[in-house]
Structures are given as C-alpha cells and as structure tokens.
Design a protein around this ligand. Structure first.
Ligand code: WTA
Length: 645
C-alpha cells in the first residue's frame, strides 16, 4: 500500500524551514499542555493588537461555546494592510491574473490601503456600520478582496456568496443574514464565458426588499438592469472618497464573516467566524504550512466564495504581508497548461489547489506541464477532498519534478484554517494522508458509541479541545450549531468525516460519514439537491447519493420517483437538471438520474441510503442486510435498471 511509499523531508527544507521535526514535536507538545501560554505567544507574534486580551481561551464544547482572546482589541484590515505600510508599502500585495492571459494587474500594499480605505468610506456613507451584514457576490477580481477588507475595517460582517450560485441561492443567503448592502459586478468572466452576476443579483434582490444599496463593479461593461437610488457604480463613487478611513477597533470575539456551507439536513448554514482567533490561525498556518518566506509569490487557486479563498487568498497571506495571486479564470483555459504558464509568468513559489483540478490536469496529459519551466516552484499544496495516491504522485513527480513537498491540508469551513497537515520542514509525507495535527489541534477517532479509539484504527473524526479559528455559531441559530457539531459526541466537536490513523499516528481521511456530498471539492447536502428535484410537479420523491467519479471525486446520482401516470423522458431529465441549476447553481447538476419506481425504505418509511450508495457505486454483491426493507423487490428493480455510467 501507499503507506510504504514515504517521501522524506527534502534537504532544502530541512536546512531552512522555520520548523523541523524536533521543533514540531516540542511546539506541538507545548501547544496541548499549555494552550493558553502557547497561543498567547503566537497571538503576540502574528498580530498587532490595539489592546491585549483579558483571557486567552474560554470554552464549553458541550454548549458549543468558544471564545479566544476576549477583551483583546484589533482591526483585521489594519492587520492585513496598514501595519505593512512601513516596511512594504511598495511591495506587491495582490497579483491579479485575468481570465484572458493578456490581462493582469499588480496591486501594492499602498494601493491596497487606498482602495480599502476609499471603499470603507463609501460603505460608511451608505450607512454601513459595525455589526451590519454585507453580501459580496463577486467574480475573482481585486475588488472582491477590497470589499472583504473594507467590511472588516468598519466592523461590518461580510457574507461572500460564490459567484456560481443561482439567484435563488443568493436570495436565501441575503435573507438569512439580513444583508442590506450587496456588492457585485456587471458580469464575471471565466474560461472565456461571461456570467451575468448583476442580472442574477437583480432577480435575488427582487425578493430582498431590505437591500438598500447595491454597488456594481464594471468588469465587462455589459448592459445591466438598474434601479435608481439602490444601484450605484463602484468606480464612480469610490473615486471621490478620501484615502483615510478610520478603522473600527473590534473585540477579538466580534464577528468577521459569515460563510454559508452545506450540512446533511436543511438549508445551508451561516458559519460565523470572529476576528482575533480566526486571523491568528489563518496567518499562522499560512506561514508554517507553506513555509512562507519574505519575497515568496504565493498562489491559491480557490475562489473567494469558499473558505479556502477567505483564509488562504485573503486573510492568511495578507496578514503575513505576503504577495498573493488571485486568478480570475479556470485551469483549462485557454488550454490545460494555463496554471503552469501563470507559474512561469509570475514566478510563483507556492501553488495550492484541489485534487479535482490535479486529476483533470493529469487526465489532459503531461505535455501541458512539461512544456513549461516551473523552476520557481518550491512547494505544492492540496485541499478540499481526499487526494488519491496516484494523483498525488503525478502532482509530485510531473508538476513538482520530485523537488516540491506536497502539503495535503485537511480542514473545513467550520474549522476556519488548517487542522491536519504536514509541515514542509518537519513531516515525512505519505501520499494520500493529511498526516499530523497542526499546533493545538487535538484530533480523536471515536467509535459509534463515542469511545475514543487508541492507536491505529478507524473511526469518526472529532476534535477534543478548542482551537482559535473554530466556528463560533450558526448565524441566528446557535441550537443548530450545537445539534450539528456538538451533540453527536458530547464534549467533542464532530467533523462529519471518517478517518483512519496508522501506526505512525498519521491520519487518512476516508470522506464524509454523513449525507454531505463533496463534488469537485464543493460541499453540498444531498437534501438540498433532493429539495430542488421534488419542486418539479411530475416528481413525487427523490433520493440523492454520491458515487465515485474519476475527476470530481464524487458525482451526484439521483434516484427519482415520478407521480403516478407520469412517464420518464429525456426532456424531463433535462428539466430536472435545469431545476437543480436554477435552485442551487451549476455545481449541483446531477451526473446521473435513474428513474426509480420505488425507493428502498424501512418499514417506518426511512430511505436506506446505504443501499442506494452501493447501487450507485456498482458494488452490487455487497448490499448488506436488506431484510428490514418494507419491499425488498424494489432493490432488484433498481439494480436491473441501474443507469450506465
Ligand atoms: C473534505 C474545505 C480529505 C472533508 C477546506 C471536509 C478533505 C470537507 C480535505 C470540508 C483533505 C477537505 N483531505 N478531505 N485534505 N480537505 N476535505 O467546508 O470531507 O468546503 O469535511 O472546506 O472537505 O469542506 P469545506
């Protein structure tokens, strides 16, 4: 097995990385034995405080209550921008690479400061103040970062909604957080295609009377709808603002942002992160996991609409005064060598992406990689889903020319920052393993009764002590936060993931143990897709499961039962797919729809997803016990009519 294939720490990192194996062990031990002392030192080293905290950590995991650096005061935008001006005003903060390879832009820390201050003043002029929620629905352009930081400057809470979400999904999120301001663009540009963001926003805002201001960045100059009084052009209004914007001094526990993510039930939840702890752990992991050095050019390919974009395009790197690359496009446009062209063009040192992208590029063939130099690369990273050892080895050998260690980082929207991860100067790598806990993180494996498993073994991955960038609540519904994360195993934070721990203490994430899908690294609840499908008047019932997909990791497999008298057809199949796109977005398109005259249910009416998963994965000789089904014949029918993949 791949376990035997160990890649030791490269000599180059052994020599200069901030943390070697011995230091990792000592620091880790200290971090769990004296967490308050450890984190106080880190908070001092990484952040600039207006006022020191009264208490490092207060927590009661049974109630889902966590607070870090209470009483401490700081402003996140000051930490990400202002404090760097003395040393690095003329250093590039953001390299923007457009979808079109001929377009790029360099933004220095001085310019970033001007942009964030002007936008902060404009938002203030429109009435935005501490605690208000601002929705950001943007393409990958620098203004998305300005918007996040301008909110942070005012103490307003941003809620970034991925630009690929539909008007309906946007509307739900605006309403849930009661956002009164929306920042968007006329259109987005990705892979040569235009995305009608303002049109989508208009549809959403029709159902959101609370939005009094919509700032629109002109990206393409497309014709867009306009509502006088509410809609204003970003550039025009920002230009006349002053370059000075007084930052709000925030409590460490004041909210920084809300980010919606999917769970196994109900609508997406607004995960709330606060200011001090979140910024500390995102900065610290960015520094240590990527071994960030002065002058490095760092590129994370995520979208700012996801947590990876928040922590590792914006907050972590900017808090560290790094140069962060922001890419508007996709890895396969204009062709499959785009990423490596960009690496060569901007001399990128660190490249952080998702396994799904690696698999897609691997499928396109080595020549797209080998035609480029990539000599600037020192370190590679992956995030979002388990990486199969084959893709890991390809990434290592072909992209990194066996020179660059790969950091497989496991974490979640709720954890805010890396939790399980190698450190490049400290950790021998095993392809497919997220390896060991980051400082202060105490993972455990629990059996189904909630007992901790010792030594090597498999179980439910939980965390038994608080960490600084931990979820604080589900916006507007703390009970839901408790129910989702803290009630399955009282006293622990439950991740929803399964994992195995090997003899060396390395963790191997085996994937979700709940009804959450991970499609191309995007999280989605099966229930969300099912709710979209049953909106169709001809559908009586739907059950959605994931199945193994070569590129996406997981594909979406939907079993659909039609109303009596309705006939399946290709046209209906298309209508159902369109419905998912309309309700959620293109990421929620089912890959396979199987018409199911009946679904396997227990006598009490519960759908047995375990069986549906096996059928979807074509593991037919291993269906397990079907004797408790109300009608076992249903299963034979589903197998006989299994959709060809
Ligand atoms: C999965 C993304 C294996 C996992 C940062 C987790 C991973 C979910 C890894 C969170 C990894 C993330 N190896 N699985 N390195 N990283 N996951 O909230 O199932 O979008 O629970 O956060 O992605 O997804 P989310």
């Amino acid at each position: 097995m791949s376990e035997h294939h160990i890649h030791p720490v490269p000599d180059s990192f052994k020599a200069h990385a901030a943390i070697d194996a011995e230091r990792y062990r000592a620091m880790y031990q200290r971090s769990v034995e004296d967490p308050d002392g450890f984190w106080a030192e880190q908070a001092d080293a990484f952040l600039t405080w207006d006022k020191k905290w009264d208490k490092v950590c207060e927590s009661d995991l049974r109630k889902g209550e966590v607070a870090w650096f209470k009483g401490g005061k700081l402003n996140v935008s000051v930490n990400c921008v202002d404090r760097h001006l003395e040393q690095r005003a003329d250093q590039v903060a953001i390299i923007w690479e457009g979808d079109d390879p001929s377009e790029d832009q360099m933004i220095t820390y001085r310019e970033l400061h001007t942009e964030v201050s002007r936008l902060g003043n404009l938002l203030r002029e429109r009435g935005v103040k501490k605690g208000d929620r601002v929705c950001i629905y943007m393409p990958m352009i620098p203004e998305a970062t300005y918007a996040m930081l301008a909110c942070a400057r005012l103490g307003a809470i941003h809620s970034v909604v991925f630009g690929g979400f539909s008007p309906d999904a946007l509307k739900d999120r605006i309403l849930d957080a009661d956002c009164q301001v929306l920042i968007t663009a006329d259109e987005g540009v990705r892979g040569g295609k235009h995305i009608p963001l303002k049109n989508n926003a208009d549809k959403a805002m029709n159902a959101c009377p609370g939005v009094h201001t919509c700032l629109v960045v002109k990206r393409t100059g497309a014709d867009v709808g306009w509502k006088e009084g509410r809609d204003i052009w970003y550039e025009q209004e920002v230009e006349r603002q002053s370059d000075h914007c007084e930052p709000e001094s925030m409590d460490a526990e004041d909210p920084l942002f809300i980010l919606y993510t999917s769970g196994s039930t109900g609508k997406p939840k607004g995960v709330l992160h606060t200011s001090g702890g979140y910024l500390l752990q995102s900065a610290m992991t960015h520094k240590y996991v990527f071994d960030h050095q002065e002058g490095d050019v760092y590129w994370c390919t995520a979208d700012v609409g996801w947590v990876t974009g928040h922590s590792y395009i914006v907050y972590g790197p900017l808090a560290n005064g790094a140069t962060t690359l922001m890419f508007e496009g996709v890895p396969t446009y204009p062709d499959a060598s785009r990423c490596w062209q960009v690496v060569d063009k901007h001399m990128v040192n660190t490249f952080y992406t998702a396994p799904t992208a690696i698999r897609a590029l691997m499928g396109a063939g080595d020549k797209w990689v080998t035609q480029t130099s990539r000599q600037s690369l020192k370190l590679l990273g992956t995030v979002g889903e388990p990486i199969n050892p084959e893709a890991w080895e390809w990434y290592y050998r072909v992209v990194g020319e066996s020179r660059c260690p790969i950091m497989d980082t496991w974490w979640q929207t709720e954890t805010g920052a890396h939790m399980l991860t190698p450190l490049p100067g400290a950790t021998d790598l095993k392809p497919g393993s997220a390896t060991l806990p980051f400082f202060g993180v105490q993972p455990v494996l629990l059996d189904n009764e909630g007992h901790e498993i010792e030594g090597a073994g498999s179980g439910n991955l939980a965390i038994k002590a608080p960490w600084p960038s931990q979820i604080r609540t589900v916006y507007g519904d703390h009970q839901r936060c408790i129910d989702t994360y803290y009630s399955a195993y009282p006293g622990y934070y439950f991740t929803g993931d399964g994992a195995r721990r090997d003899e060396d203490g390395y963790y191997w994430i085996t994937g979700r143990v709940d009804d959450v899908l991970n499609v191309s690294g995007h999280r989605m609840g099966t229930a969300e897709v099912e709710s979209a499908l049953v909106l169709h008047p001809k559908v009586s019932e739907a059950a959605v499961v994931g199945y193994p997909h070569d590129i996406k990791g997981q594909g979406i497999y939907a079993y659909v039962t039609l109303m009596g008298g309705e006939e399946p057809s290709d046209a209906l199949r298309k209508e159902l797919i369109d419905l998912c796109v309309q309700e959620i977005g293109a990421i929620a398109k089912p890959d396979i729809i199987q018409w199911a005259p009946g679904l396997p249910k227990t006598r009490s009416g519960k759908i047995m997803r375990r069986i549906l998963r096996k059928i979807a994965a074509n593991e037919l000789d291993n269906l397990g016990d079907t004797s408790t089904l109300a009608d076992p014949a249903v299963v034979d029918d589903l197998i006989d009519n299994r959709a060809n993949q």
